[in-house]
Write a new protein. Structure first.
Length: 366
């Protein structure tokens, strides 16, 4: 049918309809070749152009300075956790990790296999609280300072750049926030993440890395995760996920056509403000577990029926939402409740429909 579902999934997530239609049109015969892009060599001129264009689009959209490299690899965000450590921690043998939620905790655990990991502050009592920077335990000799820009599971967005008095290279996981806001790339050592939320389908990891951080991988680093190898091979060190890179390139062009990162940021703010306002105005029927300062614009977890949630109401909420073709609103299995993910392809109109449903559900229930 021509009317699609409303997809609030956390990833893989909604892709722009126009992009999917374009892919559909080209699927059997790419560029009049009589072959699908899936069937072509990753060394073909067709794929080389897609690879180059995707890199150029990321450079343009994020204003990437010349001394930064844009790489594509596989292994997902989790592969990136290991890759970051194996490529960078060798410089001093130790790294600082800021842990604010599920994914940064997982990254720190992974990195500890390859070097000494220093946790910058102990787990706060309340999720989403960040202690005073004066209490942070930062190591001036850290190879890098790591944080997760947006904790997808918990709905926590780091409010700005972390405190970094020793000017250590900053590494950030932007799996769920890339291209949803302007970033000053020159302030980072590495920005990486999976593409499958804001810029494409699953199967490709983007890495934006400052040139001087290349060339110091651990000996054990597998070549497929070796940033230096990948850079030297222009991201075709081995067979890439060609279909995923091809679709990602189209999503990047779609972002360019739709106001660029600035346009995405504006829309992201509108969508999240609209939804959080509805939560705030519900007299406690809906509630956000995260402190206002740290709330994510992108992944909005909320409980139904009180601050700790009423599980039977929540089940009913999901059931009723699905009747309206609103899907993937169930929170992560580790945190429960609901979660609405508002990635780039999700429109303000769709968020308004969700809020309309939330209001109706509350009125009907009370
Ligand atoms: N980091 C973040 C912030 C994520 O949201 C995710 C996936 N939800 C990951 C890492 C892990 O990505 P993957 O499943 O591609 O390994």
């Amino acid at each position: 049918s021509s009317s699609s579902a409303l997809n609030f999934g956390a990833g893989p997530a909604k892709l722009p309809r126009e992009v999917l239609e374009e892919v559909q049109n080209e699927l059997l015969s790419y560029n009049k070749s009589g072959m699908s892009i899936m069937e072509m060599s990753h060394r073909s001129p067709e794929y080389s152009k897609i690879n180059t264009d995707a890199q150029a689009a990321i450079r343009e959209l994020l204003n990437v300075p010349d001394n930064y490299m844009v790489l594509f690899m596989q292994g997902g965000g989790v592969g990136g956790f290991a890759a970051v450590a194996m490529n960078l921690i060798n410089r001093t043998g130790t790294a600082d990790y800021i842990v604010t939620g599920t994914w940064s905790a997982s990254a720190a655990k992974e990195a500890a296999k390859y070097g000494k990991v220093n946790i910058v502050f102990p787990k706060p009592e309340k999720l989403g609280d960040i202690p005073e920077t004066s209490t942070w335990n930062l190591n001036p000799d850290a190879s890098y300072l790591y944080y997760c820009d947006n904790e997808t599971v918990d709905g926590i967005e780091f409010p700005n750049m972390p405190y970094n008095p020793h000017d250590v290279p900053i590494v950030t996981d932007m799996s769920s926030s890339i291209m949803t806001k302007k970033v000053d790339v020159s302030k980072f050592g590495v920005i990486f993440g999976g593409a499958q939320k804001n810029i494409g389908p699953a199967g490709v990891v983007f890495v934006i890395i400052r040139e001087d951080l290349l060339g110091k991988p651990m000996d054990i680093c597998p070549s497929i995760l070796n940033f230096t190898h990948i850079y030297k091979a222009n991201s075709v060190h081995n067979t890439p996920a060609t279909l995923s890179v091809y679709i990602m390139e189209k999503v990047l062009q779609w972002i360019k056509k739709n106001g660029g990162v600035e346009g995405m940021e504006k829309q992201s703010l509108e969508k999240s403000v609209f939804l959080y306002k509805a939560i705030e105005n519900s007299n406690g029927f809906y509630s956000s577990p995260i402190d206002k300062k740290m709330r994510s614009r992108i992944n909005v977890p909320f409980r139904v029926g009180g601050p700790n949630g009423d599980e039977s109401l929540e089940a009913k909420f999901l059931e009723e939402a699905e009747k309206l073709r609103m899907y993937q609103l169930k929170g992560h299995r580790t945190v429960g409740g609901m979660r609405a993910s508002l990635y780039n392809a999700v429109t303000l109109k769709e968020v308004k429909l969700l809020v309309e449903f939330m209001e109706e559900f509350q009125n009907y229930t009370l």
